[in-house]
Every structure is written in structure tokens, then in C-alpha cells.
Design a protein around this ligand. Structure first.
Ligand code: GRF
Length: 203
């Protein structure tokens, strides 16, 4: 399965996916990594690897649709079959989602539907949650609302700061995301009804 990764920042989840592929835990190929701004560290991280990187800067486009059309074109150019959002800080519109229906995944650093949107770890702390975690889900037009694929919990500890909680969650993200992508690549994910993801057993 050819994967296209969209990212805006650090790129640690992308790195975890690359590592899983290299270790033989994930039978996939990264066709292209697209960053939405030239500062994205994720683009520097991939420099020197054999993975093609492209910067598609939102600021160069008059409208969101033109920006998304450019992304879609780049993904198609590389024959991408699954779009993986890894720290991609933009909401995709209906226009883009329809072009890759059921083929876009995201990871979010909370147990959805709790704490969607930005600063999920800070939200969890401020709310006083005792457990948080991360969620891999398919994308729909909402903010972190699509069908849930995998979730894993971590405790929120007494002395946690946003950073210590974020680190604990990130560690789990790096395990969970490659696993969810592997399930997709093994054709083991189906959506029942409107939003329940069923995981089929291995053959
Ligand atoms: C992760 O915490 C992910 O859950 C969220 O954005 C962050 C991206 O980190 N969507 P990285 O760029 O993969 O290091």
C-alpha cells in the first residue's frame, strides 16, 4: 500500500511509521511526504532519505480549494492509496475528503470524543481527567470526529505538566499509529453502519 503523509511540524509520528516499515512491522511504502509550510521540521527530517518530500505552502494559494487540489494532485502523482495525517494542522474540506473517501487517517492526542481540537493534552490536564491517551481515526469533515480505529489510554499523573503528559501520550502514539496503518494495509478495517470500525481477524 502506498502511503502519502501530510504534516505541518515535528514529524515524530512520520519517523515512527518509517521505522515500522524498515523493521518489517508495516508492509507499506511512503510515496510522498507533503508539508504545508517551508519551516516544517518534518521536511528536514526526511532530507537525505529516499522518500520524496514536497512543500505545498497554503500561503501560495488564493483559496483553500486550490491548495487542497494541489495536495490531491501531488498524492495522485505518487499513486497514494492511503492519506496519513501526522501532525497536519489544518481541517480538510469536503472537497478533499470526497476525493479520498474512507482513505484518510489521523492521530489525535486524547481519547476522543474527549478533548478534540488543539492542545488536547492541556485540555485534559485543565479538565482534571485522570486518564487520557490517543486515538487513531478516519477523517470526516468535523474536527476529530471521524470513525475511531484504535485507542490507547495512559494515566494522567499528579505532577504532570502539559509536556510530561504529551510525552507519555506521544510514546503510545508511535506504537499505535503504525499498528492502525498496518490494519488498513492488511485490508482488515471495515466500517459498519455510520461509524463503527470493525477489525477483521488475521487470515
Ligand atoms: C501528535 O501529538 C499528534 O497526535 C497530533 O500532532 C502531534 C504531531 O507530532 N495530531 P509529530 O509531528 O508527529 O511529532
Amino acid at each position: 500500500t502506498v502511503i502519502g503523509v501530510l504534516a505541518s511540524g515535528r514529524g515524530s509520528n512520520l519517523q515512527a511509521i518509517v521505522d515500522a516499515i524498515n523493521a518489517g512491522r508495516l508492509d507499506a511504502k511512503i510515496g510522498v511526504v507533503i508539508g504545508d509550510n517551508p519551516e516544517a521540521n518534518v521536511l528536514k527530517r526526511m532530507a537525505g532519505s529516499d522518500i520524496p518530500t514536497v512543500c505545498i505552502d497554503r500561503r501560495q494559494f488564493a483559496t483553500k480549494q486550490e491548495f487542497e487540489a494541489a495536495i490531491a494532485e501531488e498524492l495522485n502523482l505518487h499513486h497514494v492509496e492511503l492519506v496519513v495525517l501526522a501532525g497536519f494542522m489544518r481541517i480538510l474540506s469536503r472537497y478533499f475528503i470526497d476525493r479520498f473517501a474512507g482513505k484518510i487517517m489521523n492521530i489525535h492526542p486524547s481519547l476522543l470524543p474527549a478533548f478534540p481540537g488543539e492542545d488536547a493534552q492541556k485540555q485534559a490536564l485543565q479538565y482534571g481527567a485522570k486518564i487520557s491517551g490517543c486515538t487513531v481515526h478516519f477523517i470526516d469533515e468535523g474536527m476529530d470526529t471521524g470513525p475511531i480505529i484504535l485507542q490507547e489510554a495512559v494515566p494522567v499523573l499528579e505532577d504532570d505538566t502539559t509536556e510530561t503528559l504529551a510525552d507519555r501520550i506521544l510514546h503510545v502514539e508511535h506504537i499505535l499509529y503504525p499498528r492502525a496503518i498496518a490494519l488498513y494495509c492488511e485490508r482488515r478495517l471495515t466500517i459498519e453502519g455510520r461509524r463503527r470500525v470493525r477489525i477483521l481477524n488475521e487470515e
